[in-house]
Design a protein around this ligand. Structure first.
Ligand code: NDP
Length: 287
């Protein structure tokens, strides 16, 4: 009886002493959001605009970025601008960070969110595709982080890495994508350790997302997944809250991500089975 009671008291103490999110925390902050022409990135840009941040967004499609910037300005952004280009090119990734230095005079938050296009199906053996996806989904994150670190150290800022359940546990039908997301966990979790040893006050928030209702995800997976997607607006806000509170990891939605992951170390086969049972396999072509 005593152990659960003490556990309850400790949990209550822990949660009651945690700082709460306030939108003012992001007012006037200088933020880069990658992959912000659509989906969760676009929604993060709108939330940041409502909170009065300075926003620099990037993706490939200039016409979409222009519209997002216009909307951000209508919603109250302190400033909003974009740069278009591809994250296959590491020089472009570094150029985006340089632009923050030139136009914003520094950086408080780097939100790494973009992903390259991949397929949803059995691994097709295309090694070139895995390499390309690693460049877009992983190496460009490393390049941007490296370029941004001097500014983030100066501002004691934050790095936000948008990942997935597929970056914590093996998911079928997204083999190249999962590999890139696992790589992010390895790199940024190790880097966080080094920041701690070196007393570098830059937070790293790794975001573990479940299925979200963005156009691309619904188009790719809705017919095969037996779960309904969560709303992207809410997801975007939860990411920003976790980032502002300098959380180590953010799980959205908590119940369908954090709780199943508790099985990972103790009952991995059961977790694998539960993951597989969430797919409608009859519609999938066998390679
Ligand atoms: P979207 O497909 O909606 O958006 C992807 C963004 O990346 C777009 O802005 C796209 O713009 C940009 N992009 C694509 N290719 C490149 C490229 N080569 N260079 C630069 N930018 C590029 O993604 P979501 O909003 O669904 O996902 C956002 C994040 O959330 C990702 O990290 C994803 O892994 C994660 N996530 C999403 C889930 C979901 O169910 N939606 C589940 C788990 C994690 P453009 O085409 O104009 O370049």
């Amino acid at each position: 009886i005593l152990i659960p009671f003490l556990g309850f008291i400790l949990a209550f103490w822990f949660y009651s002493t945690r700082e709460n999110f306030k939108p003012e925390m992001l007012k006037g902050k200088r933020v880069i959001v990658t992959g912000a022409s659509t989906g969760i990135g676009e929604q993060m840009a709108y939330h940041l605009a409502r909170m009065g941040s300075h926003i620099l967004i990037t993706a490939r499609t200039e016409s979409k970025l222009q519209k997002v910037v216009e909307r951000c300005l209508e919603l109250g952004a302190a400033s909003a601008r974009y740069i278009s280009g591809t994250m296959e090119d590491m020089a472009f990734a570094e150029h985006v960070v340089k632009e923050a230095e030139t136009s914003l005079g520094g950086l408080d938050m780097l939100i790494l969110n973009h992903i390259g296009t991949s397929y949803f199906g059995y691994f097709n053996g295309d090694v070139g595709h895995v390499r390309k996806l690693l460049e877009i989904n992983f190496l460009s994150y490393v390049a941007m982080t490296t370029s941004a670190l001097p500014m983030l150290k100066e501002s004691e800022g934050s790095i936000v890495v948008v990942s997935s359940m597929a970056g914590k546990v093996g998911f079928p039908f997204t083999v190249p994508y999962s590999a890139t997301k696992f790589a992010l966990d390895g790199f940024f979790s190790s880097l966080r350790q080094e920041f701690s040893i070196q007393s570098v006050n830059v937070s790293i928030t790794l975001c573990i997302l479940g299925f979200i209702d963005t156009e691309s995800a619904v188009r790719a997976a809705a017919d095969l997944l037996l779960v309904s997607p969560a709303p992207r607006e809410e997801c975007a806000l939860e990411i920003l809250k976790g980032a502002a509170l300098r959380r180590r990891e953010l799980y959205y939605r908590y119940g369908s991500t954090r709780i199943p992951l508790l099985l990972r170390d103790w009952a991995a086969d059961l977790l694998d089975y539960l993951v597989r049972s969430r797919y409608r396999l009859d519609g999938l072509k066998r390679e």
